[in-house]
Design a protein around this ligand. Structure first.
Ligand code: BEZ
Length: 386
């Protein structure tokens, strides 16, 4: 054997196992979601949706079996960096999927960016994740906090409201949802006269409701979700405010919460990238499959989990399961048309869904679609450079 043949043989002996490891064997998905606290139900719905899509593909993507490792992030930003490092360093996950809370998601994005680990965000809307923190390996299947807020700003101005009070939790999601709302509402001539906040995840609303009553705005815009949204809607009605000051919100106010809110939610109008009654074949088949698998109706969080798995599939199919082909993976997801139950969406330059935002109204325990409030709304991706 000549020297060239020998060195090729040695090189291939070293190259084969590495290449082999990238394209076959299990893919470890690290699910970092809340299993406890005010967002626990949201985490379960995201996980259900993700698992449903994988099940529909026979448990495999691009021929590789999908294995799960889970961490309860408790929606606690203080524990987030440790939690994500556990998944990367201890569990050696190939892909991170998480999470619900914006503050936790920003910590995940920081670590994902520094380590180059693929991250798909299935809910948290933190604007920075697809803004200043954007990266080729970070994608979102959900929304930016700006998106539903901006759409509602336009919708409420169009309804003729002029003077609005906002109320939310004091953290990234609340602040950014209100900022998006204010940007559109004030551009159209409205005025936000008071911005009320309380710390996340507090639900002691009474003093703030009294302040709303004494301010007498035309309407109220709010961001709450999960258990906090249930309590806010019930307290708003118990204070009698629903009779005099119309309440609006980003759609999380009434998504996955209607059973618990009961009659107190009837008539509420919200904006979101999903709704009941879309009546498309794609949404109907998703709803049937979800109800069959989990004995539950899906909500927006389930859709976002399902679509996070679709994003992973789009990338993995393009690289034939070789997650080492990072550039090709990114290019494929950038070009993908994700066939979501919400309607087809594409990725913006900063990897956030470009999607229709629906105006919905609660009736008979459903978030019924009224119209498209903003067609193909693109998050501005402020500060994103890649
Ligand atoms: C967030 O923290 O980004 C968030 C949490 C729940 C629902 C929507 C957004």
């Amino acid at each position: 054997m000549n020297r060239l043949a020998l060195s090729l043989l040695i090189a291939s002996a070293f190259a084969t196992p590495a290449a082999f490891a990238q394209t076959t064997g299990k893919v470890k998905v690290g699910l970092m979601l809340p299993a406890t606290g005010t967002f626990a139900a949201l985490g379960t719905a995201v996980e259900n949706g993700f698992r449903l899509y994988i099940q529909e593909q026979g448990g495999k993507l691009a021929g590789r079996e999908i294995e799960f490792v889970k961490v309860d992030d408790e929606s606690d930003p203080a524990k987030a960096t440790d939690n994500v490092n556990k998944l990367i360093k201890r569990d050696n996950v190939d892909v991170l999927v998480g999470t619900v809370h914006s503050g936790v998601a920003m910590a995940m994005a920081r670590v994902a960016k520094a380590t180059g680990t693929l991250l798909i965000v299935p809910n948290a809307g933190a604007d920075a994740v697809t803004g200043a923190m954007c990266a080729p390996n970070i994608f979102r299947s959900s929304f930016s906090n700006w998106q539903p807020g901006y759409a509602m700003g336009e919708a409420m101005a169009q309804k003729g409201h002029k003077k609005v009070v906002t109320i939310t939790w004091k953290y990234a999601a609340g602040d950014e949802s209100v900022n998006g709302f204010k940007e559109a509402f004030e551009k159209k001539g409205g005025k936000v006269v008071k911005e009320l906040t309380l710390p996340f995840p507090n639900v002691e609303f009474q003093a703030l409701l009294t302040e709303i009553a004494s301010t007498k705005p035309d309407a109220v815009y709010t961001f709450f979700a999960g258990g906090g949204a249930v309590k806010f809607v019930k307290d708003y009605a118990a204070a009698g405010l629903n009779k005099s000051i119309p309440l609006y919100g980003a759609g999380f106010l009434t998504d996955g919460t209607l059973e618990a809110q009961g009659a107190d939610a009837e008539g509420l109008m919200t904006t979101l990238h999903y709704a009941d009654g879309l009546n498309t074949p794609r949404d109907q088949s998703f709803r049937l499959a979800y109800a069959k698998a989990f004995k539950l109706q899906p909500d927006v969080y389930a859709v976002q989990g399902y679509d996070a798995a679709q994003i992973l599939a789009a990338g993995m199919n393009a690289v034939k399961g070789d997650l080492g082909k990072k550039t090709e993976f990114t290019e494929a997801v950038r070009k993908a048309k994700i066939d979501s139950p919400r309607g087809v969406f594409t990725m913006s330059k900063s990897h956030n869904p470009v999607q229709d935002i629906y105006l919905r109204q609660v009736g008979s325990k459903e978030n019924k679609v009224i119209s498209v409030a903003s067609k193909a709304l693109v998050d501005p991706g402020r500060g994103c450079r890649m």
